[in-house]
Every structure is written in C-alpha cells, then in structure tokens.
Design a protein around this ligand. Structure first.
Ligand code: PGA
Length: 259
C-alpha cells in the first residue's frame, strides 16, 4: 500500500465528559501546551457541545450533528451551527449513537451529506459488533461479515467523488471500544485494505486511496504507535485515554515519533 503523505490525525472523543467547564478548560489547555511544536500530527479535540469554546488553538470537532441545517428539531445542533462555531470536523455514526440514540445507516447517511454540505470534514465510524467471522483457515476476516461493507455503502450513498476525501473513516470494532481489548495491528491493516477496496469499487482507486482510515478502540500510550507502524492506520480515534492529559499527550508524542 502506498504510504500517504498526510499528517497523522488524532481525534479525541471526550464523549459526555468532563463534568465541568473548568475541567474541560484545564484538559484542553494542558494538551495544547504540551503538543505545541509537534508539526507532524493533526490533533482534533471533540468535547461536548457546551465546551466547544474551550478548544483554542487546536482543531475543533463535534461528536454528532443533525441532518438539517435549521428548524424545529428541539435539542438538536446543526452542521451549519458547528461550522459557525469554528468546528472543522464532526464524528458521525459512533456505535454509542447507534446503541443509545437509535441511529441507523440511513440517518448516518443523511448526517454525512449534511455535514459535508456545511463544509465540515466527517469522521465516519464503522465497525463489526462481534469478532466471529472466521475463514476456513480460522482467520478472522472482514470479508465474511457483511457489517462493514453495508455501513460503508450506506454512509457514502449519494456522496460525490469530489467529496470523499473530506470523509475520514474510523475503524472502530464495537467489541474493542472501552473494553481494554483492542484489535490487533493486523486487524487494523486488513480493515484498511478492505475499506479502501470497497471505496475503489464505489468510486475509483485513486480517490479511494485519499480516504484516511483511523483506528479506534481501547488505544492508550503503550499501544498507539503499533497501530500506526504495523497497522498502517492514518491516525487514531481516542476515547477514554483522551480524558487524561498526560496519557493523551504521551500518545500524541509516540505517534509523532513513529510517523
Ligand atoms: P475508547 O473509545 O478509546 O475508550 O475505547 C473509543 C471511541 O469510542 O471512539
């Protein structure tokens, strides 16, 4: 696989944390101070909506958005509003959104198109629920589980070729999220090849090769570098470990040193 010239992308998904704006400010402030000067990595902080303004110099991302740009949708936040707040990225399709908020592939597709229309870049999460599709030699394979393929085809439906490089695909197997049981670098590499193959079929090879593929699920300062070096991930989507500034900064540094 041709090696990409992109900076490695590290997306911090704070989920519904921390509990106060003071803590959010401290977390963001420490990360910004400590990673200053690491030019080879792109860091995006995705706090809950009320804390978006604490992200200063780093790129800002949101954890979700609605599929309309405005209107009578109580409690919702639109892609246009996020863009106006200075967001560059939005995470769409996280498995927790599917589990707790009933998001379907169809809703995800509407959100992806709305976010791109508003000028945001999308971090699209996909991943199998279980790790149980083995080939005749006993190797686990993405080819035998219809989930990934369905999720990719569903999310990219109607997205123009000229826009696909504004989507970053985060491979996040559900069984690896928050479990302390990450995928292996081999799993990540084979997922990246598989994702690019499906996108090549939908679009073409040249465009598919521009789509960055991140890994997410139980990453920490000890295992980050291996997903980049051996798994050839273009970056990471980090949950729990992004709430500890020391841990997160160590992760960023280890990726910086290994990319
Ligand atoms: P985790 O979460 O790093 O805590 O496993 C990843 C995610 O949900 O994006």
């Amino acid at each position: 696989m041709k090696n990409e010239t992109y900076k490695k992308l590290i997306v911090a998904n704070w989920k519904m944390n921390p509990s106060s704006s003071k803590e959010a400010e401290e977390l963001s402030g420490t990360v910004q101070r400590e990673v200053r000067g690491l030019k080879n990595v792109e860091i995006v902080l995705c706090p809950p909506f009320p804390y978006l303004s604490v992200v200063g110099a780093l790129a800002k991302g949101a954890q979700s958005c609605h599929w309309e740009q405005k209107g009578a949708y109580t409690g919702a936040v639109s892609p246009a509003m996020l863009k106006d707040m200075g967001c560059e990225y939005v995470i769409i399709g996280h498995s927790e959104r599917k589990q707790y908020f009933g998001e379907t592939d169809e809703i995800i597709n509407k959100k992806v198109k709305a976010a791109l229309k508003a000028g945001l870049k999308v971090v699209l999460c996909i991943g199998e629920d279980t790790r149980d599709s083995f080939d005749s030699k006993g190797h686990w394979t993405h080819e035998l589980d219809p989930k990934l393929k369905e999720q990719i085809i569903g999310a990219f439906e109607g997205v123009k070729k000229s826009n696909i490089q504004n989507i970053v695909v985060a491979y996040e197997p559900v069984w690896a999220i928050g479990t302390g049981n990450p995928a292996t670098p081999d799993d990540v590499l084979s997922a990246k090849i598989f994702i690019r193959k499906i996108l090549s079929n939908l679009y073409d090879r040249k465009e598919a090769d521009k789509v960055r593929v991140l890994y997410g699920g139980s990453t920490n300062k000890k295992n980050s570098a291996v997903f980049i070096k051996e798994g050839q991930a273009d970056g990471l989507l980090v949950g729990g470990a992004s709430l500890d500034s020391d841990e997160f900064v160590e992760m960023v540094k280890s990726i910086y040193e290994n990319s």
